[in-house]
Design a protein around this ligand. Structure first.
Ligand SMILES: [Zn+2]
Length: 506
């Protein structure tokens, strides 16, 4: 079930039934933020920094987390969002997401070969192959024109992904996402195509000789193939003659009659295919060597809505844990890509609540990966493919609810714009949350912290857009110190390949 985008747009304005939930977070403060506190905590951070030594070990395992659309403002707001939910917080601003404690951070320049503000196809191509390309294209060089139909031209311009290299070197490989498995970010790991939207044969011109993305996942023939592939997008794998197992009134979308879930089972030894929470829970990692999980007909649910899913879905954290259990059976190591794919979708819908709760769930998944791995032999990278036009504005007082209206220190009333109207801290430069000027809607009686509230936007667009500023790269473990400074997005591949001792680009 995936009707959220439409629902969110329709619910742009929600009258407050519980306005008083927006009260400033004030706490029994056990810590006074006096000068001594800041100097002592700064001293501790400095002592920790002085102890930091480069981890020169090669990596056996690399885990790459991608928060799709997780710009720096998203990380800041998610940190406060999570912090304000914790008991005894000091406002929430002091909180840290799991990966914010990583010792090394760099910035990533996300532009693509032909576009200042990129989409997820060339950005993930850069991250996972080390090569920047044109917008909309997956793991092919820039010489390929978008929507090139000739499969020979596409194949002649393939650029190899880190997962393909890993398989050739005898490692195991896994892909986990909350988006469709055939969506741009996961697809760049295993597919090579001139058009990211060619997810199934039904999405393509009939005279194109490029293989569709779902088929490329099943036909991934490097090493002994993918060990783990979990996410949404079931319709792209099922023929139009078969009913979906969860949404029984809907069918698969493939016109070629292929049931790719059956092909997965036929292709691999000790293979399993699951489509719901019970099937997922029943998977014994010790006995399963190749796991395909397709938990929704399209994208998986947002974490906020997961409990309401008809057949039930595992969380990103649960999928990450299961993937590590299966992949870590290989003594040579593994490469795992985990995408929080729906941070991006919530931002496109102008819905900060879900963008932030998805980011917190990514932080939970990273924490789980830290628990299950050893930094001596594992490199963990957390980054975003691109940013969004999401802003944190005004001069709200300390602890002001991050989803609420701006209230300045010492004031009893909300801060007002020049028409006398209050405004939220969080907003977008464009998107569906546009409420008209010069007569803005008065937000005083609207519950801006409601999960379905759409933050205001300056420019009316049906879908909020990506943004072009740099995103962050967080790293810990083997060779993590090589992430420093401002780098091209394609540099991320270089460090991961170096940590694994792979020859670059081969
Ligand atoms: Zn997007």
């Amino acid at each position: 079930m995936c009707a959220n985008e439409c629902k969110l747009t329709a619910m742009a304005v929600i009258l407050a039934s519980s306005l008083l939930t927006i009260s400033a977070v004030s706490n029994a403060e056990t810590i006074s933020e006096n000068p001594k506190f800041w100097l002592d905590s700064g001293k501790q951070s400095l002592a920790d920094s002085e102890k930091l030594k480069p981890n020169e070990n090669n990596a056996k395992n690399v885990i790459l987390f991608v928060g799709d659309g997780m710009g720096i403002s998203t990380i800041t707001a998610a940190r406060i969002f999570e912090g304000q939910s914790k008991p005894n917080n000091r406002g929430g601003e002091e909180n840290s997401l799991s990966f914010e404690k990583f010792p090394y951070v760099a910035l990533s320049k996300t532009y693509s070969v032909n576009q200042q503000t990129p989409d997820s196809a060339p950005t993930m191509t850069a991250i996972i192959t080390g090569v920047k390309t044109n917008d909309g294209e997956l793991s092919v060089g820039m010489a390929v024109a978008r929507q090139e139909k000739n499969g020979n031209v596409v194949n002649a311009n393939k650029v190899k992904s880190l997962l393909e290299q890993a398989e050739e070197n005898g490692l195991s490989t896994g892909i986990v996402t909350t988006a469709r498995l055939t969506h741009a970010t996961p697809a760049a790991c295993y597919a090579h195509t001139s058009e990211r939207d060619w997810e199934a044969d039904a999405d393509m011109p009939t005279d194109a000789t490029v293989s569709d993305i779902a088929k490329q996942l099943i036909n991934f023939n490097y090493g002994n193939g993918l060990e783990v592939a979990m996410g949404g997008g079931r319709s792209k794998f099922l023929p139009e003659t078969i009913n979906d197992p969860e949404e029984l009134d809907k069918k698969g979308s493939r016109k070629d009659g292929l049931n790719l879930t059956q092909q997965w089972l036929d292709k691999y030894p000790n293979a399993a295919y699951v489509f719901d929470k019970m099937g997922f829970a029943a998977i014994d990692a010790k006995k399963t060597d190749h796991l395909l999980g397709l938990f929704d007909i399209s994208h998986m649910e947002y974490e906020n809505d997961r409990e309401k899913d008809t057949a039930g879905e595992p969380s990103l954290t649960e999928m990450t844990a299961k993937a590590i259990d299966i992949l870590s059976k290989n003594k040579k190591g593994y490469v795992l890509m985990v995408e929080a794919g729906r941070i991006d979708h919530a931002h496109h819908a102008g819905n900060a609540y879900r963008a932030l709760s998805e980011t917190v769930e990514l932080s939970n998944a990273v924490r789980k990966a830290l628990e299950k791995t050893n930094p001596k032999d594992t490199l963990i990278v957390v980054t975003a493919d691109h940013s969004h036009t999401f802003t944190i504005a005004g001069y709200p007082q300390r602890g002001n609810p991050i989803l609420g209206l701006v209230k300045q220190p010492g004031e009893t009333d909300f801060a007002k714009d020049k028409h006398g109207m209050p405004y939220t801290t969080l907003g977008y430069a464009n998107g569906p949350g546009y409420r008209g000027t010069p007569n803005r809607v008065d937000l005083t009686l609207i519950d801006t912290a409601h999960p379905d509230f759409l933050q205001e936007a300056a420019v009316p667009l049906a879908s909020e857009t990506h943004a072009a500023e740099d995103v962050a790269i967080f790293a810990t473990g083997s060779k993590a110190h090589l992430f420093h400074g401002i780098q091209e997005e394609s540099y991320i591949y270089q460090v991961m390949a170096k940590a694994l001792k792979f020859k670059v680009g081969q």
